[in-house]
Write a protein that binds this ligand. Structure first.
Ligand code: C2E
Ligand code: MG
Ligand code: MG
Length: 760
């Protein structure tokens, strides 16, 4: 609970989601690109193949036509040689044209029944059946004959070109030439076709005359192209229609292409082109899908590879960003939520945790503890910072082991802690255990000084209240505790709030009150019990508000000491007292020495002595008319410089009194270092002194000691006649107390004691 409650969705989640979306878009774009690329390539290759097919067909036509032209020009020349039947002339013409490479054979068939081939003469009957057919044809038609025939010699198909040899309208025979078509596709112009697929020459009945050497679509033994294609197809209606369209194209002698689906679900494109040079011949090229894939694949591969690289890079970037921001988040979280000293949580975390825990456990009663360690300064100074820090850490670690997951303790700063605890029956035991564990820990580290907590407690009433207010309230309670160990725990209450309000009011009104003269001097006479008459007075401040209500020093002096205003007030009081005495002297009144209280703070003011001197001189009062009362607590500060200041004060012509002697620890020490004029025995110390014989004896020795040091002793808070008698018996001459007089207003004091102009 303590750790996990605040795990928020990190911005990294957002980054991951965005990353995944980008990734998906990338992949989708990649897939779309690849598929469009494939179909574009497929279309392009199809068109390209078609174009190559036609141009190859045209080239084939051109080749055959040039063969025909060679034979026709040979026939022109042969006319005169044939007319004379001079063998040598015939052989010469034949050898002149025989070397044209596209012609395989060139022979002259004379009407004389003889066949001349190369430099030999044969009987026409040797030419076999096919030629006989031609002879018949030649007899009926005059023009050049071009056709395909199966040679009786090698059993292979050939293109047969037969051209009549005439001279002056008289026929002497004909030239017969053959062009081999078996290896016709080996030429360079068919490279593309052969690379992409395979080529065929068929006659118009679909009988295969020639095919590429690596042709595989039609079986070698098959002669019928259409039938083979049908077998190669998937046999579905569409494919049958395509084959039918091919058959129709044969009949119509037209060019074009059809596509069939093969048994392997590939597309086979068949392009057909009727050769114009040989009417009965069709040039056919085929290629199928996997050929497209062969072309497209490297490109696809490269595209896919690029996509994969991009995706991998993106993943790497996302992972990097994720890892870096996670690290940054941890650091930020540490800075935001961790206390650097104890490595526990800090106040920011506490606030979130407390709000959360109260929202979840609505019915559970909780309390806020705001505590610090008593005299932690001492631990710091005596054992050093490192040890002191270890104690702070020990508080946090022990808390975690003693308290439940619903509870949390954090260090705020210095030795200030803050905890939210479940307010159940065992809370006291748990706190005791915490203190015990911390102390054991401390002892283990060599710290003998007891670790004790001063705690302000706020009991949470409404779980939905502002956590800051709750913390403040616990702190308000803590602040009511004094710096000592007299009280260790304070609970927030309405009374505390009222006091706070009062304090606020005092602080906001003090300046105005000073300016308006609301701080009044009250005089409490000091009494000489030997002579039983007034011997002086102590000036005591009263705050008389505009509405007539009176505030006593105990209510505001500590506040002024805290906020520094006491300095102004004390100088004001000193000046007012001096001014009053000056006026009284001027008016011819009797005056008695008056003592004025000086706060401990005042002595720290840089020009304190100068100011006192200035005021005393300003009102030209008789020597020792003014006595300054300084409490022994000033020596808790820098002892030597305090002694120096007090001695300087003595030079200003004022008397010095040590106030509240016996209320602290250093009283006797002070007597040793500074020669005061008066020692004022503290009211409570005195009250106690007169209770037992033993105490009385101590008091008597103090009186004797002071007397021995040439100091006057004054007892404060004398309230009864019995006390007066005891003091008389002890040899204490001066007293101050309600028995003789309460503090009086200026007017009362003057009226009662200062009417005659006598200076005592
Ligand atoms: P303090 O200097 O010890 O003054 C004596 C206090 O004891 C006075 O209280 C006085 O009214 C009271 N007191 C005198 N006789 C009796 C008695 O018989 N019984 C009882 N119960 N009390 C008696 P006060 O006026 O309330 O002053 C309290 C403290 O406030 C003073 O103690 C003094 O330390 C401080 N204080 C008063 N005026 C000033 C001032 O102008 N400046 C400074 N810095 N402190 C002042
Ligand atoms: Mg006093
Ligand atoms: Mg006093």
């Amino acid at each position: 609970m303590r750790e996990g409650f605040g795990e928020k969705k990190q911005p990294i989640m957002k980054i991951l989601v965005i990353g995944m979306v980008i990734l998906s878009i990338c992949l989708a774009v990649c897939i779309v690109l690849v598929s469009t690329l494939r179909s574009t390539y497929s279309d392009e290759i199809s068109a390209d193949f078609q174009a190559h097919h036609i141009s190859s067909g045209e080239k084939l036509d051109a080749t055959i036509r040039s063969g025909i032209e060679v034979v026709e020009s040979a026939a022109d020349v042969m006319g005169s040689a044939a007319a004379s039947y001079i063998n040598t002339e015939i052989y010469r013409v034949l050898s002149d044209y025989d070397h044209f490479s596209m012609l395989e054979t060139l022979a002259f068939v004379g009407n004389n029944g003889r066949v001349y081939y190369r430099d030999k003469e044969y009987s026409a009957s040797l030419l076999g059946e096919p030629l006989k057919e031609l002879q018949d044809h030649m007899r009926t038609a005059d023009g050049t004959y071009i056709g395909v025939t199966i040679s009786s010699g090698d059993g292979m198909p050939h293109i047969l070109i037969v051209v009549p040899v005439n001279l002056e309208n008289r026929s002497y025979g004909y030239l017969a030439a053959t062009m081999k078509i078996d290896d016709i596709f080996e030429g360079g112009e068919f490279n593309y076709q052969n690379d992409m697929g395979e080529c065929y020459l068929t006659d118009r009945n679909g009988i295969i005359m020639s095919r590429s050497s690596d042709a595989s679509i039609t079986p070698e033994e098959s002669e019928d192209f259409c039938l083979s294609i049908l077998e190669y197809s998937d046999g579905k209606e569409d494919s049958k229609k395509a084959v039918q369209a091919l058959t129709n194209a044969y009949r119509g002698n037209s060019a074009g292409f059809v596509t069939i689906k093969t048994r392997r679900a590939q597309s086979l494109q068949i392009s057909y082109y009727p050769l114009s040079s040989v009417p009965s011949l069709f040039f056919i090229s085929c290629y199928n899908d996997n050929l497209v894939d062969d072309k497209v694949q490297p490109l696809l591969f490269r595209s896919v590879l690029s996509c994969i690289i991009i995706v991998v890079l993106m993943i790497a970037i996302i992972v990097y960003v994720w890892a870096t921001s996670k690290r940054a988040n941890i650091t930020i979280e540490k800075l935001a939520y961790e206390d650097p000293v104890t490595k526990g949580k800090n106040i920011n975390y506490f606030k979130e945790f407390a709000s959360h825990i109260m929202a979840v456990f609505k019915e559970t009663p909780f309390v806020i503890y705001r505590f610090d360690i008593l005299n932690f300064r001492y631990i710091n100074e005596a054992y050093g910072h490192i040890r002191a820090d270890e104690i702070l850490t020990s508080c946090i670690t022990n808390f975690a082991s003693v308290f439940s997951e619903k509870e949390l303790c954090v260090r705020m700063d210095a030795d200030q802690f803050l905890a939210i605890l479940e307010n159940d029956k065992e809370i006291g035991q748990r706190l005791d255990r915490l203190a015990k564990n911390v102390n054991e820990d401390a002892r283990g580290r060599g710290i003998k000084y007891p670790i004790r907590f001063k705690t302000g407690v706020y009991q949470i009433r409404k779980h939905d209240h502002d956590i800051d207010v709750m913390i403040d309230r616990a702190n308000v309670a803590r602040k009511t505790l004094k710096g000592d160990d007299s009280e260790m725990t304070a609970y927030y209450s309405e009374k505390i709030v009222q006091n706070m309000r009062k304090l606020d009011r005092i602080e906001s009104d003090m300046q105005k009150a000073l300016a308006n003269g609301e701080f009044k001097i009250y005089m409490q006479p000091k009494w000489d019990i030997y002579l039983n008459r007034i011997a002086g007075a102590e000036a005591l401040v009263r705050w008389v508000r505009e509405d007539g209500s009176i505030l006593y020093p105990d209510e505001f002096i500590p506040i002024f000491e805290n906020n520094g205003f006491i300095e102004k007030l004390d100088f004001y009081m000193l000046e007012m007292v001096c001014q009053k005495m000056h006026e009284m002297i001027e008016a011819g009144n009797t005056i008695y020495p008056v003592s004025v209280n000086q706060s401990r703070m005042l002595l720290h003011s840089a020009d304190y002595v100068t100011n006192v001197k200035r005021i005393i001189e300003k009102y030209k009062l008789p020597e020792e008319a003014i006595e300054l009362e300084i409490t022994e607590s000033v020596f808790l500060d820098d002892r030597n410089s305090m002694i120096q200041i007090i001695n300087q004060l003595k030079q200003c012509g004022v008397r010095l009194a040590m106030d509240d002697f016996g209320s602290g620890f250093s009283s006797l020490n002070m007597l040793k270092d500074v020669s005061f004029d008066t020692v004022k025995i503290d009211r409570e110390f005195f009250a106690e002194s007169v209770t037992t014989e033993r105490n009385r004896w101590i008091l008597q020795k103090i009186v004797e000691l002071a007397g021995g040091l040439d100091m006057e002793v004054l007892c404060e808070g004398v309230e009864t006649e019995e006390q007066v008698s005891i003091l008389k018996a002890l040899g204490c001459r001066m007293v101050q107390g309600f028995y003789f007089s309460k503090p009086l207003s200026e007017e009362e004091y003057i009226a009662l004691y200062c009417r005659a102009n006598i200076m005592v």
